[in-house]
Design a protein around this ligand. Structure first.
Ligand SMILES: CC(C)(COP(=O)(O)OP(=O)(O)OC[C@H]1O[C@@H](n2cnc3c(N)ncnc32)[C@H](O)[C@@H]1OP(=O)(O)O)[C@@H](O)C(=O)NCCC(=O)NCCS
Length: 325
């Protein structure tokens, strides 16, 4: 069956709104947070042709939708199937189409998917991987029950560190440490590929865009002379759950127990604030973070695949020099 792809702006607005709303609900169910205004902003953007998106199938009952956002020369896409027998095949076509229609300066696309059965998801991954520009990145959602298990152990801080909270650290120091700390990890550039983009994400987290920011559960540690060594950022995901959006320890201060102490401090604060569970996302290949989370009692409760497409680097225009955060 030939799969024809059309611009999303050709869909009736209500249909588009329903599809984008379904994506948000499905992502929310598996613990992926999007700002409340996301559905309306996405639909407005697609309808006006500012955002980019495509569908396949009938205009009045589309079989799949693809949407993509571009930030810092990096694209973030999403594929959604509506459960038709050809779902995976249609999404493969949408994924390829998306990769082919990014601007020439976009070097990478990371896409998630919803609306597929496990079998179809496997089929989507297999078919996309036939193209050598696509690879897969597995992310795990991990949960730590806080209520009914007794409080998490008291943190043991290494000697000579001072405890504060994220709100008391100058923002530039937070972003500079955050940017440095992810270098060389599998999460490098997953959420942002430039210091400015990274800064915006952290700014949004502290402004409560991903859920109310909880300073009591966001500890930071520094040396007596004020150098920042590490921090954690926690927000309210729901009344039942706090989410850890960031945990970063200076590369020169690792394996001293700081990451574990920051995490335990955050978990104890979440429990004291009344959240019965804590939640976070981690990439499969981030073995140090996963080992830490397992050590303090987190367990995987769901997983999601990210499909990554990378342009041939020889065809990319030169990147402007990155400004410091
Ligand atoms: C993950 C991270 C916060 C750990 O910080 P840390 O201060 O080095 O960790 P700790 O010294 O407290 O280690 C506590 C436990 O974590 C695990 N761990 C930490 N680093 C590890 C490594 N390199 N390899 C294996 N296990 C590791 C161990 O279980 C360790 O317990 P142990 O010392 O009894 O073996 C740090 O490596 C980091 O900032 N990484 C980059 C940012 C990141 O990936 N954040 C998580 C995003 S989801």
């Amino acid at each position: 069956m030939a799969i024809e792809v059309h611009p999303a702006r050709e869909l009736p607005r209500d249909e588009l709104w329903n599809l984008v709303g379904t994506i948000r609900r499905e992502l929310g169910r598996r613990g992926e947070i999007l700002p409340p205004s996301w559905v309306d902003e996405t639909v407005d953007g697609l309808a006006q042709g500012i955002g980019r998106g495509w569908f396949w199938g009938d205009r009045r009952s589309p079989a799949g939708l693809a949407v993509v956002w571009v930030r810092d020369r990096k694209a973030y896409g999403h594929l959604h199937g509506t459960g038709t027998p050809e779902s995976a095949a249609g999404l493969v076509e949408l994924g390829r189409h998306m990769a082919e229609h990014l601007g020439p300066d976009v070097g990478r696309l990371d896409m998630g998917s919803t609306g597929l059965s496990e079998l179809e998801e496997g089929e989507l991954g297999r078919r996309l991987s036939e193209n050598s520009r696509f690879s897969k990145l597995l992310r795990h959602s991990m949960v730590r029950v806080l209520a009914s298990t007794g409080p998490p152990p008291e943190p043991r801080w290494p000697e000579g560190v001072e405890l504060t909270t994220v709100q008391h650290v100058p923002f530039g120091e937070l972003t500079s440490l955050d940017w440095r700390t992810y270098r060389g990890t599998p999460d490098e550039t997953l959420l942002s590929s430039t210091p400015a983009g990274n800064k915006e994400l952290l700014e949004n987290a502290l402004a409560g865009l991903f859920g109310r920011y909880l300073d009591e559960a966001s500890p930071a540690v520094r040396t007596p002379t004020g150098a920042l060594l590490g921090f954690a950022v926690a927000c309210q995901e729901s009344l039942q759950s706090g989410i850890l959006l960031d945990l970063a320890v200076d590369p020169d201060s690792r394996r001293r127990g700081l990451g574990e102490a920051l995490l335990l401090r955050s978990l104890r604060a979440l429990l004291a604030l009344g959240y019965p569970r804590a939640h976070l996302w981690v990439t499969e290949g981030n073995t140090s973070a996963r080992a830490l989370y397992e050590k303090v009692g987190f367990a995987v409760d769901a997983s999601a695949m990210i499909y990554r497409w990378v342009r041939d680097s020889t065809s990319l225009p030169p990147q402007p020099a990155a400004s410091s955060p």
